[in-house]
Design a protein around this ligand. Structure first.
Ligand code: ADP
Length: 186
């Protein structure tokens, strides 16, 4: 079974590429951002999640870990691509333990590389149509700070396992996905 993880800064194109990969290889697309946003309309918890997202801060580990573990189990070993999770060392440790206990593993980590300037531009462009209240200049800045301080360090952990595939995130959507497909088909 193929289990993948797509990694990269906000705006790098993780969601778009994960969707295309999921379609081509028949994987479940597990986006932590989407799964959290689906909770927004649900009372008190939804209001708390929205406050973290609008500030560009991370939602507490315990909540995200529980939601993502449930989503992984719901795929019933059909293969998945994780998008937006794990985002902290704590989350990556929880994921490692969870996968091991359930007899699963990650086959590859796709690392979408894009500079902060280019990624910010994309986030702001997306904000014009996404309806996402966190796609604005101020929140984007906070999300990048979180990415550098808390998320990027996780990559070292996966690099040590030799599973990271670096992908240039600058070309068009089609070119990037073709590069990814070529890598995965190797
Ligand atoms: P992007 O990657 O473009 O920033 P996402 O949709 O992945 O967008 O995430 C939006 C927001 O959802 C984050 O800024 C954060 O508040 C919350 N979030 C998403 N994934 C996680 C996670 N794994 N841990 C904590 N918070 C998360």
């Amino acid at each position: 079974m193929t289990n993948l993880l797509i990694f990269g800064p906000p705006g790098a194109g993780k969601g778009t590429q994960a969707g295309l990969i999921a379609e081509k290889y028949h994987l479940a697309h597990l986006s932590s951002g989407d799964i959290l946003r689906a909770e927004l309309s649900h009372g008190e918890l939804g209001a708390k999640i929205k406050a973290f997202q609008d500030a560009g801060e991370l939602v507490p580990d315990s909540l995200v870990i529980a939601m993502m573990e449930k989503a992984i189990l719901d795929t019933r070993n059909g293969g998945f691509i994780l998008d937006g999770f794990p985002r902290t060392i704590e989350q990556s440790k929880a994921l490692d333990g969870f996968l091991e206990v359930n007899g699963m593993k990650l086959n590859a980590i796709l690392n979408l590389e894009l500079s902060e300037a280019e990624a910010t531009e994309r986030v702001l462009t997306r904000g014009k149509t996404s309806g996402r209240s966190d796609d604005n200049a101020e929140t984007a800045k906070a999300r990048f700070t979180v990415y550098h301080n808390q998320t990027a360090p996780i990559l070292e952990h996966y690099k040590a396992q030799g599973k990271v595939i670096n992908i240039d995130g600058r070309p068009s959507i089609e070119e990037v996905s073709q590069t990814i497909f070529n890598e995965l088909d190797k």
